[in-house]
Design a binder for this molecule. Sequence first.
Ligand code: MV4
Length: 453
Amino acid sequence: MRNDNRMFKKILIANRGDVALRVLRASRDLGIPTVSVHSTADNDAMHVKLADESVCIGPPKSSESYLNVQALISAALVTGADAIHPGVGFLSENADFAEIVNAHAITFIGPSPEHIRTMGDKVAAKQAAKNVGLPLVPGSNGEVKNLTDAEKEADRIGYPVIIKAASGGGGRGMKVAATKKELSEAFSSARSEAKAAFGDDKVYLEKYLTNPRHIEVQVFADAHGNVVHLGERECSIQRRHQKLFEECPSPILSSEQRKRIGELSSQATKKLGYLGLGTIEYLYENDEFFFIEMNTRLQVEHPITEMVTGLDLVCEQIKIASGAKLNFEQQEILFKGHAIECRINAENSSTFLPSPGKIDTFHPPGGPGVRIDAIVYQGYKVSPFYDSLISKLIVYGKDRETCLLRTQRALEEFIIEPIDTSIELHKKLVCHKDVMSGNYSIKWLEETFLQNT
Ligand code: MV4
């Protein structure tokens, strides 16, 4: 099949797992040939089997394969790929990688290296967000260099405060100080943790929000100045910064609040001069939104936005990266119904220990409103080398109640044996009264649900 001649001739997917499969499907839907890459641990992976060609880029260890920039660039050059999709995780938010890709006259499917770099430094990201009118958590004006300044800032902001690593994100290198007495210890341990984890001890300070929700807005911009938002996702149900269950839209926002945060986010994206798909993350507490981070890539939970908007975000992302104009306006995006994603991990539902091994029985659910993005199949061996996400269950319903009931039904149909999976956890989760009522925060799973079940 032929595709638009301005489009890419061949896309290399610099990733593995569900996201590699997702990008592969989008590329094929656009009629673009695909190159997968794989480590020796992934010889039997779906993203290898379904690609037009695949290049082995190294041994199981990620640092020698999926993070191996030289091997990835070589794979693109020898196969004649003119674009690289970085997926999620691995090199997807590595500005140097984006720069190297572009320097080889290959299109990095994502924003500019400058935007990736700015958003990767949380101090710079907050400043950028402030400049484009986003509401920030009250906090220090940039980096805090020593304890004296930290004390001054904390007194001004008011306790409790949180000390965060500028290079952090995803929850690493954060420390809370409830009182002035706790600050000195929290400050020095945050700094040394940041130094050890990121090689950078730059930290900043914020008012600690004690019981917020985590709500993110999907934004999308083309290279011609057109920007839209694709609504929000509610991502509060998480354990140790790993999201488990997401919904679109958030069960607690009014349509006015939704419109307001959506418009604010798209205006900010336009002012940033941003390109492609992005996610603006907020904490939400007492009817207020506070910017915390911007993710400059596709997100794992993007399918729930696809279900509610009817758009294929990955196809759109690829088209925009090739220089195409957005072919819809904000008013044409209709948010319809409700969607839920359950992340199915190969892990025990009580202990959360990983559960690698061979799958003898794989019986996914079906029927109306059920989408499975799975990387596993009967006979597949889940490897211990990579993250444990083996399937996503995405369920659509005309409203939230329909969606929740259908999610229960789908989970009951879903059989993966003999390894442990999070299906068991999700079965309990979806019929819990707090989930049914939408009454949960970022602390709910760990402090309420897991304590009482
Ligand atoms: C916070 C916070 C409370 N107050 N900032 C965690 C990871 C990073 N993205 C930001 N995080 C938080 N920042 C202030 N001022 C609580 C968290 C937080 C969190 C945020 C989003 C999703 C899950 C979370 C789990 C624990 C803590």
